[in-house]
Design a protein around this ligand. Structure first.
Ligand code: ATP
Length: 355
């Protein structure tokens, strides 16, 4: 276990700023997720921590040591790639034992370690097989066992679940999180999947274009996004953004509900909603339509749990409400979050009289 710290860390490939001045401290034993769209610099940041890519600027510290000039094998980090990169000609046993062989351990010590790692990931019955004789999920476990067998200070995982089907993936997510807790190893996990990030991360760093937009717990990112990028990158459907006279007003679909279904909300802002379509998703219904913004109609979405026994009629104007505590405000030009300010919205009924 070790603290990992980057200071003004950058990597430029000619004129591409793949990573552009990242300051981040990952605590001992923490599970930190790097989340961002394709090309945002997640893998490059991780490869620099692993020692596979040389920074253009800034420093990387693991524990008390600045590791910029240390080769990967001296950093005591283990990385699992999306492809798993198992040796195809070796048995599972030898794949796991491989990295222990140069350490001068006895055969018995190696054997104990391999069995410990294999038991950890429930693959001890597969030790004599070759990788081609394994399912995708089993290969992923072998890759994880191989990575932890040296008991690294830091575990680096680059989209390790992306080759699994949806069901297996949900299970693997849960298991991986449990292993990580059990081992207590500082973990950095790269993904572009927000569900994975929110479900697994103690904290999540949201990146785009080589920069970090926000670092925080999943709850903070979701409830108080630092800017419109984070607001719309997290959440399905994303946060609704409506231009008002002075700013952008944001509210999540699940907080935008028919007034008739929630008569007792303490701080309601009521908005006339032109409902065009209702989409039934099982546990929820999505309500599609428009409200009047400063420059005309704006498309917004509401998310109404199916347990609420009320269905508004498409083609009608439905009074919807948002609890004021669930509103976010963003600067129109910079997209940055701002403190709540009074705003104006055409077509708005406001029982509290403060809008
Ligand atoms: P993905 O989710 O698609 O893996 P990512 O967020 O991990 O994306 P990176 O792979 O770190 O992003 O890439 C960041 C940027 O750096 C991209 O614009 C990419 O094209 C560029 N890049 C990465 N590696 C190189 C390289 N070796 N040479 C030139 N450009 C590179």
């Amino acid at each position: 276990m070790a603290v990992v710290e980057t200071v003004k860390l950058s990597k430029h490939f000619n004129d591409v700023k793949a990573v552009d001045g990242i300051d981040i401290t990952i605590q001992e034993g923490e599970f930190l997720v790097l989340l961002g769209p394709s090309g945002s610099g997640k893998t490059t940041l991780m490869r620099m921590i692993a020692g596979l890519e040389k920074p253009t600027g800034g420093t990387i510290k693991i524990g008390d040591r600045v590791v910029n000039d240390l080769p990967p094998r001296l950093r005591n980090v283990a990385m699992v790639f999306q492809s798993y990169a198992l040796y195809p000609h070796m048995s599972v046993y030898n794949n796991i034992a491989f990295s222990l062989r140069p350490l001068g351990m006895t055969r018995q010590q190696i054997d104990d370690k391999v069995h410990w790692a294999a038991r950890m990931f429930s693959i001890d019955h597969l030790l004599s097989r070759k990788p081609r004789q394994l399912s995708g999920g089993q290969r992923q476990r072998v890759a994880l066992a191989r990575a932890i067998v040296r008991e690294p200070d830091v575990f680096l995982l680059d989209e390790p679940l992306s080759n699994l089907d949806a069901k297996l993936r949900a299970m693997a997510r849960d298991e991986l999180k449990q292993f990580q807790r059990q081992l207590g190893v500082t973990t950095i996990y790269v993904t572009h999947d927000q569900v994975e990030a929110m479900g697994m991360g103690d904290r999540v760093a949201v990146m785009s274009n080589g920069r970090m937009h926000q670092l925080g717990t999943p709850q903070v990112l979701y409830q108080s996004p630092a800017d419109t990028f984070v607001a719309t990158f997290l959440g399905t459907p994303p946060m609704n953004l409506v231009e008002t006279d002075s700013c952008l007003l944001g509210f999540r679909p699940e907080n935008f509900l028919p007034e008739a279904a929630h008569p007792d909300t303490p701080h309601p802002l009521v908005i006339d909603f032109h409902l065009t379509r209702v989409e039934f998703l099982g546990s929820d219904r999505l309500l599609y339509g428009t409200i009047e913004g400063a420059d005309g109609p704006v498309k917004v979405v509401g998310d109404l749990p199916s347990v609420i026994d009320y269905t508004p009629e498409p083609g009608t104007i439905c009074p919807m409400m948002v609890d004021r505590r669930h509103l976010s405000y963003f600067d129109k030009s910079t997209g940055q979050r701002i403190a709540p300010t009074p705003f104006a919205l055409r077509g708005l009924r406001d029982p509290a009289g403060t809008a």
